[in-house]
Design a protein around this ligand. Sequence first.
Ligand SMILES: Cc1cc2nc3c(=O)[nH]c(=O)nc-3n(C[C@H](O)[C@H](O)[C@H](O)COP(=O)(O)OP(=O)(O)OC[C@H]3O[C@@H](n4cnc5c(N)ncnc54)[C@H](O)[C@@H]3O)c2cc1C
Length: 452
Amino acid sequence: MTRRMVVVGGDAAGMSAAARARRLLGPDELEVLAFERGPRTSYAACGLPYHVQGLVADPEDLVARTPEQFAAAGITALVHHEVVAIDTSARIVDVHDLRTGSTLTESWDELVVATGATALRPDLPGIDTDGVQHLRTIDDAVALDRRIEQGATRAVVVGAGYVGVEVAEALLARGLSVTVVDAAERPLAATLDPPMAALVDERMRSKGVDLRLSCAVEGFEGAAGALRAVATSAGTVEADVAVLGLGVRPATHLAIDAGIPAGDTGGLVVDDRMHTPVDGVWAAGDCVESRHRVTGRSVVVALGTHANKQGRVVGSNLGGGDARFPGVLGTAVTKFCELEIGRTGLGAEEARELWDVEVGSVTSRTRARYYPGTQPAEVQVVYRRDDGVLLGAQVVGGPGTAKRIDAFAVAIWNGMAVEDLAMADLSYAPPFSPVWDPVVRAAAVVGGARLG
Ligand SMILES: Cc1cc2nc3c(=O)[nH]c(=O)nc-3n(C[C@H](O)[C@H](O)[C@H](O)COP(=O)(O)OP(=O)(O)OC[C@H]3O[C@@H](n4cnc5c(N)ncnc54)[C@H](O)[C@@H]3O)c2cc1C
């Protein structure tokens, strides 16, 4: 008998699950039906800042697969369809067709909740003023682009997390004056330790960003229906556009209303096969919590890299396999202008709460000292004092720096000690690194006492 898989949410996690299951099982075994409330499937939110910046001219290039392409692959993906209720006993969903206003009821044998995350939107005066927006969807990016085309010249970015930093770069490149406001004392506060964040702070200011830290946004002021200024605890900033980048929380209300439980983190609870505690219900992506491989704790890390893998795990298991999602390290990269940033594992403070740790950093280079284009690369390493096991690393530097974090990520993933990484056989040639690559050099210097 043909089983039916219903997917709620048609982006990274949901459509990865759908595509993987379809690859493993034919239509006579599994019918795959996905509902997406927005106008597009499988779009790369990660690329949105680069459309705003003008590097990706056509925003439709950010779409990996359209509903028509899914249909050709044997997957029915219905856009403008919002799932409004889940019944886990009757195994049905109620779906609102947002164009016609009609409601359909569809049955399922296996349900995949891939509803993503909801952007934080503070309840501040004037938040609904025209000109105040998020950057979450292609439509958001197109709207921001249009505001610039129509003459916006002054922008306030609310939040100096990675989205805020990327948006600030994009807006600067478009010629706007940019103010970034954050309540924290440093940019990328959730990503970087203070000494590493200081490098980002310095670069943002030197590129002309008016960076206002320890500063709260208090409201948005309009005139003739359009944004005029942003009120902050450090005064009023005139603005034509304000972009909210305050972070996200798992979008779980639909699942929770149906009795699918969330953990203390706010993310849906899943096992390592991405199955929820409710029979026949799977979940993946920004809406779930994951296990942190260093601490063993549950965490919510809303990144596309996990959403794709978790969706694949769901699809494999639905297709008869036994795939496992092994957890996360919080590895992430971003950039501000030509300054590249990466982090993985634990920051110094997080690590100190749990263990007796050693923390140190070195200033290395992206290429050999004499090779054209060489730039400084700052590398921080955190390891456990008793056994040398690596717990975290952060990198900030010129082009070629960010992806160096991946060597640390693999080392931490495999429980390597700092002294082993210091002698690891990493590549070297002058256009790519000094003879002591920044990764091995940082491990050798910071873990020097263990090297013998
Ligand atoms: C500006 C920006 C830059 C980013 N950059 C990076 C990056 O560089 N690297 C990285 O790893 N990650 C990045 N991310 C994060 C990444 O985009 C997300 O982690 C990823 O999209 C999560 O995929 P998802 O499928 O879990 O959720 P989403 O992409 O949020 O998809 C969930 C989908 O479900 C739909 N939906 C929700 N509820 C319903 C419902 N009831 N019925 C029907 N449909 C519903 C939503 O409309 C949405 O399309 C970035 C995100 C943004 C916004």
